[in-house]
Write a protein that binds this ligand. Structure first.
Ligand code: HPA
Length: 267
């Protein structure tokens, strides 16, 4: 934790010493939410060891400040496995979050839907995941804590609070299972049929390694997918990152309302 403690020190010097209550990772097309936070923005480039999260639609800044009365750390970009071949690319940022005092992590992502009743523009709360990439961010971790239990990885209490916030906002927030594919290529229609049979409701290229790391670090986790498309083969649309970014604002507006209400309720 040495590096994370140093980074937490750098962050406290710039943003103040009050402990952060939770972390929020913004997925593709959701980066603008960081601007809503009254606080201090720090470029990842000023935080040694932080990833260069350079995907279009991701703003690589950490913002520490208040949103709806709760002190949070907003990660305006994440590093994906497909950028580096490292599933633990978000380890140091999450260790730093822990060192800042946070006890919970809210993850958001753009995803492809396998469910016609959760169409593009709709949100899904993750109830569980399938690590279809077969990668694990804890490979090589020596501590016995590496054997992280992942039943209820998506915290039942946080999920209930998120569902209540969505209901209060009149936003549909069905729960479902997210399957992690490594990317960066999109899935094939056959892969989508396969994970559908295996129980997936959504697919994406992120989140799962962060959930495993967060549970390893003792952070409670909730995660929300913003559906930007039907998964490969389930519609006539051709998939692209540009399409993901163009479609993300539909769900993003709803997600911002749900997250604000969630924070207000915990303030
Ligand atoms: N597959 C993987 N990742 C995604 C998708 C998808 O269909 N849509 C947005 N991110």
């Amino acid at each position: 934790m040495g590096d994370a403690d140093n980074l937490a020190g750098i962050i406290r010097e710039r943003a103040g010493a009050a402990p952060v209550r939770l972390g929020l990772v913004l997925g593709s097309g959701l980066g603008h939410m960081a601007e809503a936070v009254a606080g201090v923005a720090i470029d990842y480039a000023d935080l040694p060891g932080f990833p260069h999260a350079g995907v279009a639609g991701h703003a690589p800044k950490l913002v520490i400040g208040d949103l709806e009365g709760v002190r949070i750390a907003v990660f305006g970009g994440r590093a994906h496995y497909y950028e580096t071949g490292r599933a633990d690319a978000m380890r140091l940022p999450l260790e730093t979050l822990r060192a800042l005092g946070a006890e919970a992590l809210i993850l958001t992502n753009a995803a492809g839907s396998l469910r016609s009743d959760i169409p593009p523009g709709a949100l899904m709360l993750l109830s569980d995941h399938i690590d279809f990439s077969g990668r694990n961010p804890l490979i090589g971790e020596p501590s016995p804590d590496r054997f992280v239990p992942l039943a209820d990885a998506y915290d039942p209490g946080l999920r209930a609070a998120m569902r209540a916030a969505a209901e209060a906002e009149g936003v549909a927030l069905p729960e479902g299972v997210y399957a992690w594919f490594s990317g960066p290529s999109f899935e094939t229609p056959a892969e989508i049929r396969a994970v559908g049979i295996l129980g997936a409701d959504a697919v994406g290229m992120s989140t799962v390694p962060e959930v495993i790391l967060a549970r390893f670090l003792g952070l409670r986790v909730a995660a929300v997918s913003n559906m930007t498309n039907m998964a490969a083969g389930l519609s006539d649309e051709s998939l692209s990152h540009a399409h993901t970014i163009a479609t993300a604002p539909q769900g993003a507006a709803k997600l911002e309302r749900v997250l604000r209400r969630f924070l207000r309720d915990m303030a």
